[in-house]
Ligand binder design. Structure first.
Ligand code: F0G
Length: 370
């Protein structure tokens, strides 16, 4: 039998939107997205990421609960941004754009670069010099983005690109672009497709607050269509040094080792507050130590995410006393751990890494304890 990527499948048990294999989230969720038959879809077959049970984290809660991680670090460029970028770049291309621009703490720039170049567009990215994880910078360069590292933070970079997009023929693909949220809402569809119901809590790291807004859109849309009988509480977590939603106003000098969410003045401020109120959710802060503790716990489950992503699990552990018996919780892991090798190595357990060993069998076996 020859297998081909687009070979038709006849099995009746495959849900309609997953028939003919997985060809990206626009094809999978076409009826729920702003595309037509003539829209030129730019896709890297993003989406369809696994919802993985994490029993050791569930055990930490100390009650009978189910905890899953939505591992969006398995998208083509290693973060959830691919969901938004397939839509934003597709729509930019449809509108005849020749270039896109974004400000980024790294992941948006990698995704913008990959999708723009695949669609034949130029990609300009503004990043805070010195505060972007190495893997993300490497990606933007390999995909062929034109990278401008500014001597300022993400918030300043965003101000600049907003103005540039008004003045120059470039399409802004930060999460202010409504198509980004349309694409990202599909993660909520997938969660419900996998669980058959919405979770009790959706724990999610928050920076610019685009993703929490997008998830909520997705949950509401599926709920209205009868795909779930309830809506989750949206539990957003910020790093304590960059927690504008927790302190209640913008933070001028945001700081955290979770550089992806090192944001003091979120672009989706009003939307995020509406999501919190409508879902009876909350914003809470987690310290860098709590983030790295959760990061290492996930590693022990075989899951490597970047530090910012671990904020969702750190937040759940912090609020564990408030989780009800029998609850189902989904923590979003927004980015892949490979993005930030520096953080991984700096925060690894020294006792596991022995260097300078003589290359002979006896010595190696002895060190292994055999
Ligand atoms: N997690 C990761 C790994 C991120 O890269 C980001 C945002 C977030 C969480 C927060 O998502 O902004 O929608 O609330 N990264 C942006 C970037 C800012 O430029 O890559 P949000």
């Amino acid at each position: 039998m020859t297998l081909s990527l687009n070979a038709p499948q006849t099995a009746t048990d495959i849900p309609p939107h997953r028939q003919n294999g997985w060809r990206g989230l626009i094809e999978a969720y076409r009826p729920y997205l702003p595309v037509t038959d003539s829209t030129p879809v730019i896709s890297l077959h993003e989406g369809n990421t696994p919802l993985i049970p994490v029993p050791t984290i569930a055990a930490e809660i100390g009650k009978k609960v189910q905890v899953f991680v939505k591992y969006d670090g398995l998208n083509p460029t290693g973060s959830f941004k691919d969901r938004g970028m397939t839509m934003a770049v597709t729509k930019a291309k449809e509108a005849g754009a020749k270039a896109v621009i974004c400000a980024s703490t790294g992941n948006t720039s990698a995704a913008a670069a990959a999708y723009a170049k695949r669609g034949g567009l130029r990609a300009f990215v503004l990043i805070p010099d010195g505060y972007v994880a190495l893997g993300k910078l490497a990606q933007a360069l390999v995909y062929g983005a034109e990278v401008l590292a500014i001597k300022g933070n993400f918030d300043r970079a965003l101000e600049i690109v907003r103005e540039l997009a008004d003045r120059c023929p470039v399409t802004l693909v930060n999460s202010i672009n409504p198509y980004r949220l349309e694409g990202q809402k599909t993660a909520a569809f997938e969660v419900i497709d996998d669980l058959g119901e919405a979770p009790d809590w959706l724990c999610i790291p928050v920076g610019n607050a685009g993703n929490i807004t997008a998830y909520w859109m997705g949950f509401c849309q599926y709920h209205q269509m009868g795909r779930s009988t309830r809506l989750p509480k949206m539990m957003g977590f910020q790093a304590s040094g960059s927690a504008p939603f927790v302190v209640g106003n913008p933070v001028l000098q945001p700081d955290t080792l979770a550089t992806a969410i090192r944001i003091g003045n979120p672009a989706n401020w009003d939307k995020a507050l509406s999501v919190r109120d409508a879902s009876q959710g909350e914003f809470n802060a987690v310290t860098d130590d709590e983030i790295m503790h959760a990061y290492r716990m996930l590693g022990q489950e075989g899951i490597f995410c970047e530090p910012a992503s671990a904020a969702s699990v750190a937040g759940l552990l912090k609020l564990k006393d408030r989780v009800r018996e029998g609850a189902t919780i989904v923590c979003v892991l927004t980015g892949n751990g490979l993005k930030d090798p520096d953080a991984a190595i700096t925060h690894s357990d020294d006792s596991l890494f022995k260097k300078g060993i003589e290359p002979d069998l006896e010595t190696v076996a002895e060190i292994m304890g055999f």
